[in-house]
Design a protein around this ligand. Structure first.
Ligand SMILES: Nc1ncnc2c1ncn2[C@@H]1O[C@H](COP(=O)(O)OP(=O)(O)OP(=O)(O)O)[C@@H](O)[C@H]1O
Length: 217
């Protein structure tokens, strides 16, 4: 369960208050709202990349409001994907596990398991240059899911994909998040994407969160 409780979050002079979002364990939350309304700001606060000046953030009942990003067990797919030029697909997926000092055998097993699920096992030795948009998305997804996060945050991760690849990656996200029992919060501007993925829908409107179960279901 992701619980964002009455939070105030600030980014420079921009401030949002009384933010409340609850997403039950294993389900998929969608966050929509006009450009500049503060969606990324909320996601960054959940991931620990932005300070919360009031309120609480809990994951499965544990208060993580003051924890560092690495201690939160959250996978993050940023808006720009942010792959590293010098690292292979294998190294991207292994990245978080190496930081957490998993042993080599377990890392190798997990990389190959995820690569299989994400259908990128033939790309493991490739570097990001020359990968297609969809292949880059899958690589970033593998990196985000590798350490078995409880929560996955996705910031408009599919905005650059063509319609066919878009649908393909949506099905993949659904499959992988369900198999891994991840609780997700996903920002998108596309209603079709929201409808296909979401279980719970939130709209950020004039600084307020509106939960709207009717709009897309
Ligand atoms: N470091 C910062 N300093 C000053 N203002 C900031 C900072 N970061 C974000 N903002 C401002 O906060 C507001 C909300 O930004 P945010 O990225 O959260 O919006 P968003 O809803 O995700 O937008 P989009 O849909 O365009 O991605 C914007 O006006 C932005 O310019």
């Amino acid at each position: 369960m992701i619980s964002i409780k009455d939070c105030t979050i600030q980014a420079g002079k921009f401030k949002i208050s009384h933010i409340n979002i609850e997403i039950p364990t294993g389900s998929y939350g969608i966050l929509m709202g006009k450009t500049g309304s503060g969606k990324t700001t909320i996601l960054e606060a959940l991931c620990g990349l932005r300070k919360v000046s009031a309120g609480q953030i809990l994951i499965n009942g544990v208060d993580i409001t003051k924890k560092r990003p690495a201690e939160r067990n959250i996978g993050f797919l940023p808006q720009d994907i942010a792959l590293f030029d010098h690292m292979s697909v294998y190294e991207h997926i292994a990245f978080g596990m190496r930081i957490q000092k998993w042993n080599k055998v377990d890392i190798d097993k997990r990389v190959r398991e995820l690569a299989e699920q994400l259908k990128i096992n033939h790309l493991l030795e490739r570097k990001p240059a020359g990968l297609s948009g969809g292949e880059r998305q899958r690589t970033a997804m593998g990196r985000a899911l590798a350490v078995r996060p409880q929560v996955l945050c996705l910031d408009e991760p599919l905005s650059t994909l063509d319609d066919d690849t878009h649908e393909d990656v949506i099905n993949l996200i659904k499959e992988v998040t369900q198999e891994n029992q991840v609780t997700s919060l996903h920002i998108t501007h596309r209603k079709s994407e929201a409808a296909l993925l979401g279980d719970h829908f939130f709209e950020l409107c004039d600084g307020r969160i509106i939960q709207d179960q009717e709009t897309f279901s």
